[in-house]
Design a protein around this ligand. Structure first.
Ligand code: NOJ
Length: 567
């Protein structure tokens, strides 16, 4: 099973601008994070992933870095960072940096030089081309609406940006760029950071010649996808990074790699690849999109059977060959309880059930801030209360196309990244105790009911349940390494699976609905010596596991001995 600490740990993602403000400017900061480390230690997580905190004009909330070696002043200073790292280590936790290597900010000094003239030595740090037929060099569409090309009259050329025009793509074909990035990564490693999440890493190489995309059946956002994703040279570059820099450090790496299946993921994370430890896959994030090609905003109901298919495939293909990163939410996605659970009557039960699902899979579980207290989506009244560049561009584009405002807002309510970005809800005080000033984005008005203070008081809370799940993972190797097997693949309400390691057998039973379906323990599982490890309900006096009526969003996990199997 090739044990590794990064397989056994639980990651907690902090979105710094929304976590905790220590100085009343309405923006979360490093001292704010430091003040909450005891809380995270109490939860039991071992690794903290902090979304970007580098110097940045913040057009895309820090994923537009203007100095890789400095801290954005609103977040604090490098001294604050050093204190944060020390305090994390003092609590036996680790820190993972979020590193954006595909692009920089348009305010990065490299880009300022690059755009200043065609013969500037930094010109080739980015991707510049002449226009074609008085338009952009090719027909690729950016992730954040419109062309990937921005015209710059100063030198009469266009530069490429897969994301917003404030995020020019770096030119990884230039060895000087690669050297500079390696140096920078090494600088952080020498400081003692414990890992990296590599943003948009599958896009660092673009197809030779930057040809037009020719796939009229797909919509704009993905039309050119194959021309800038997962190209062979991405792997060569990652292996170089590993062989030149990373191999010397006992760190954990995870790559953001949309649009791949598990077989393809093995190219990044397969044992012996010398690339990454795990990747974030997106297949289950498209379950509620009308089609993979239609973009995320075209929302349809999702199906449990399909979710099972996707997750099972990842569990099976990567077992003993690579490693999974398991998540339901992050700063780019809606809140998990609103999307996959029930954020009304069954908010607590369904959040606990979803947590059970993620924490009992093979792979490293990720918790996004606020998920551990069941924070929900937000529906602001007007577009000007939104802050996310993707959401604002989408609104503008659709309005220009004449789509009625309420239709656009409904899609935004379901899918805007701001759903996950409203401030962390700490207590009952104004602005949920996040800030004493005016928050950069409004707090979800449900904070008097949903907040950390409440959850810490209540023994049945979502927080307390997460704590138990995390503690169980530390105790039972079968939860980390056990081989997964799906039960009842076509059941539309129940997701059940087993995990097996040596003599241990774990049975995970999850009701994904607000109804009361019957679960039947498969015959091959002998119930002698089986114990319940955790559940979000009290077990009934006379539960019959061969005919168990599950309650809404009920989750149960049993541990037994696999040699007791009747075969
Ligand atoms: C993925 C990040 O998670 C997202 O927030 C960002 O907008 C894009 N990459 C561009 O860096």
């Amino acid at each position: 099973m090739n044990p590794k600490w990064w397989k056994e740990c639980v990651v907690y993602q902090i979105y710094p601008i929304s976590f905790k403000d220590s100085n009343g400017d309405g923006i979360g900061d490093l001292q704010g994070i430091i003040s909450k480390l005891d809380y995270l230690q109490d939860l039991g997580v071992n690794m903290i992933w902090v979304s970007p905190i580098y110097k940045s004009p913040y057009h895309d909330n820090g994923y537009d870095i203007s100095d890789y070696l400095d801290i954005m002043k609103e977040f604090g200073t490098m001294d604050d960072f050093d204190t944060l790292l020390r305090e994390i280590h003092a609590r036996d936790m680790k820190l993972m940096m979020d590193l954006v290597l595909n692009h920089t900010s348009h305010e990065h000094p490299w880009f300022l030089e690059s755009r200043s003239s065609r013969d500037n030595p930094y010109r080739d740090f980015y991707i510049w081309r002449k226009g074609k037929n008085s338009g952009p060099p090719n027909n690729w569409e950016s992730y954040f609406s419109g062309s990937v090309w921005e015209y710059d009259s100063l030198t009469d050329e266009y530069y490429l940006h897969l994301y917003s025009k404030y995020q020019p793509d770096l030119n990884w074909e230039n060895p000087v760029v690669v050297d500079k990035l390696h140096e920078m990564i090494e600088w952080w490693l020498k400081k003692g950071v414990d890992g990296f999440r590599f943003d948009a890493i599958s896009h660092i190489v673009k197809a030779a010649g930057l040809p037009d995309a020719d796939n009229p059946n797909q919509t704009a956002t993905v039309r050119a996808y194959d021309l800038f994703s997962h190209l062979d040279d991405v792997h060569t570059l990652l292996q170089n990074l590993f062989d030149n820099v990373l191999y010397l450090y006992d760190i954990m790496t995870v790559g953001e790699t949309s649009g791949l299946g598990p077989e393809q993921a093995l190219n990044y994370v397969g044992d012996g690849r010398r690339e990454l430890h795990m990747t974030f896959q997106f297949e289950h994030m498209y379950l509620d999109a009308a089609s993979a090609g239609s973009g995320k905003w075209d929302v349809v109901p999702w199906s449990l059977v399909k979710l099972k298919e996707i997750i099972t495939n990842w569990q099976k293909v990567l077992h003993r060959r690579g490693w999974n990163a398991n998540y339901l939410c992050n700063h780019d996605q809606p809140r998990s309880v609103s999307r996959f659970g029930n954020d009304g009557q069954y908010r607590v039960k369904s959040a606990q059930m979803l947590a059970t699902f993620i924490h009992m899979l093979e792979g490293t579980p990720y918790i996004f801030q606020g998920e551990e207290i069941g924070m929900t989506n937000i529906a602001f009244d007007t577009i000007d209360q939104y802050r996310d560049v993707e959401t604002l561009n989408y609104f503008k584009e659709k309005r220009a196309e004449g789509v009625p405002e309420n239709e656009i807002m409904n899609a935004i309510y379901k899918k805007s990244r701001d759903n996950a970005r409203t401030p962390m809800q700490w207590d009952h005080n104004e602005h949920a105790g996040f800030t004493t000033g005016v928050p950069w984005i409004r707090v979800n008005p449900n904070y008097p009911e949903i907040n950390v203070e409440e959850d810490l008081k209540n023994p049945e809370s979502i927080f307390k349940y997460y704590k138990k799940l995390i503690a169980l993972r530390k105790k039972h190797k079968v939860i980390v390494y056990g081989e997964y097997k799906l039960l009842y693949p076509t059941h539309e309400e129940i997701y059940a699976y087993t995990r097996r390691l040596d003599n241990d057998l774990l049975v995970v039973i999850l009701n994904f609905s607000d109804r009361e379906p019957i679960f039947q323990m498969p015959d091959e599982i002998n119930l002698k010596g089986i114990n319940m490890l955790i559940s979000n309900y009290l077990p009934g006096e006379k539960d019959d596991l061969y005919h168990l009526k599950l309650r809404p969003y009920e989750a149960r996990v049993y541990l037994g001995k696999s040699h007791l199997h009747k075969h």
